[in-house]
Ligand binder design. Structure first.
Ligand code: FUB
Length: 449
């Protein structure tokens, strides 16, 4: 079955039940996703993103964000993500305009066994008064829903991009954006303000700020937010010693995207000791940056608590099992003139391929988990324009050889199996390089035992 047919079936299944989706960056490849809010609940990471869709005449603005519902995704290993399907849609929210397609960046938090899902949406117009953005809450007994929306949005709040933080003493705070970043205490019921909204005024004044996300580490409160300091959004942060500040602008977490994606939007979570940055770019829609895709990369702190800048990667996070499809196009590094392009520019959800034209082109893919098994063969899905050899090595382009793949000329995509000469053990980095000028295109490789 072609990957396209499989994807169509998977998209259909997503509506009906939980399914497995992809790994690496972007994390989700059966639909567009943006504004990821990642939370650790139990043994799994749950991501609550916005769901970008393509607007059609009469359904959203053609050149703008178009969002009618939310999905939630979960993973126990950061590699295999499960799409739990739609958890809330604009037609199910009593106070929201059911034809506004404006369900922007959400958040979710757990308190006393209940899961509170916060989302912005355009409120129904009242008489002559236009609705504008309000922030609602939907509640569930489970992180994956079903979520029941309250009848009214949170009173006293107008704006977008809600974020909730619960401090060690149990006090909850709501943050949101409306030009400035606002914050207020929440009552214990998590659905009403317990203090008047205040502007967090210590942040840069010039340029749009939105998407607040607050977290605490070692007694430092980090207020993170996207900001247009130049032409497009970059991720910045400010540090403070209380959830309401005062905060001091500290630095940049991630620079503006090289792709030109105008927005970015972050959350930061500690998953099994490792801090991760969740963000988005426009991987699956290079020409239209309102159809975005979520990503994750590791984040590190300096000894003084400041954040080291995160350089976006395709490889992302998590281990890839040696027996899974190892998508080399989600690389850790490329060398020579190696390049990555879509498999089919008309069907971008099919994914990418890596192109090695001639020696010394190479591609490195980190963190493949070989475990303790003995691996006999490696399958390679490829096509070539000439003959030559692909060499799979450990660590680097001159590391120990795992397999040598002698390629005949194959003009159609074909999966071929080759003998493994050195069976790796544990978690290893792989490098594939080319010998000769075969102009090889590789979709994926996978080990068999
Ligand atoms: O996704 C719509 C809007 O784009 C979000 O609410 C902003 O944070 C920006 O990412």
């Amino acid at each position: 079955m072609s990957k396209r047919s499989l994807n169509i079936i998977l998209c259909g299944l997503a509506l009906a039940s939980a399914i497995s989706v992809n790994a690496q960056n972007p994390l989700i490849r059966n639909q567009f996703t943006a504004d990821p809010s990642a939370r650790v609940f139990g043994d799994s990471v749950y991501i609550y993103p916005s769901h970008d869709i393509k607007a059609t005449p009469g359904h959203g603005r053609l050149d703008w964000f178009c969002m009618e519902d939310y999905h939630v995704f979960s993973s126990a290993n950061l590699t295999d993500w499960k799409d739990h399907g739609v958890i809330l849609s604009q037609t199910k929210v009593p106070w929201a305009d059911s034809a506004a397609y404006s369900m922007w960046a959400p958040d979710c938090i757990e308190r006393n066994g209940k899961y509170y899902f916060y989302f912005p949406a355009t409120a129904k117009a009242n008489g002559q008064v236009r609705g504008g953005f309000a922030i609602g809450v939907a509640v569930s007994d489970h992180p994956y829903g079903p979520f029941k929306p309250l009848n009214e949005p949170i009173q006293g709040v107008r704006g977008i991009d809600p974020n909730v933080f619960i401090d060690k003493n149990g006090q909850a705070y709501l943050y949101w954006a409306q030009g400035n970043i606002y914050a207020a205490k929440l009552k214990d019921n998590m659905t009403e303000l317990a203090s008047p909204p205040q502007i967090l005024a210590e942040l840069p004044e010039k340029g749009l700020k939105e998407g607040p996300y607050l977290f605490e580490r070692n007694g430092i409160y980090y207020l993170t937010y996207p900001h247009v300091a130049n032409k497009t959004e970059r991720l910045e942060y400010a540090m403070g010693d209380s959830p309401l500040g005062p905060f001091k602008f500290t630095g940049v977490i991630m620079d503006e995207s090289a792709s030109g994606c105008w927005t970015n939007h972050q959350s930061i979570a500690q998953v099994k000791q490792q801090w991760l940055l969740f963000y988005h770019d426009k991987d699956l829609s290079p020409q239209f940056d309102k159809n975005r895709s979520i990503r994750a990369d590791s984040l590190f702190f300096n000894p003084d608590g400041t954040i080291k800048k995160v350089v976006p990667s395709m490889r992302g996070v998590g281990l890839t099992s040696a027996s899974a499809l190892i998508q080399l196009d989600r690389y850790s590094a490329l060398g020579g003139d190696a390049a990555v392009t879509f498999l089919d520019t008309l069907h971008k959800f099919d994914g990418w391929k890596v192109v090695l034209k001639a020696a010394p082109d190479w591609v490195r893919y980190n963190s493949v988990d070989f475990g303790k098994k003995h691996w006999k063969t490696v399958e390679v899905r490829l096509r070539t324009e000439g003959t030559g050899s692909l060499i799979i090595r450990l660590n680097s382009a001159d590391g120990p050889v795992v397999a040598t793949v002698a390629m005949p000329k194959i003009s159609e995509w074909k999966t071929m199996a080759f003998k493994v000469s050195l069976s790796p053990v544990g978690v290893r980095n792989l490098v594939m390089s080319l010998s000769g000028g075969a102009n090889a295109e590789i979709d994926w490789i996978r080990f068999k035992n």
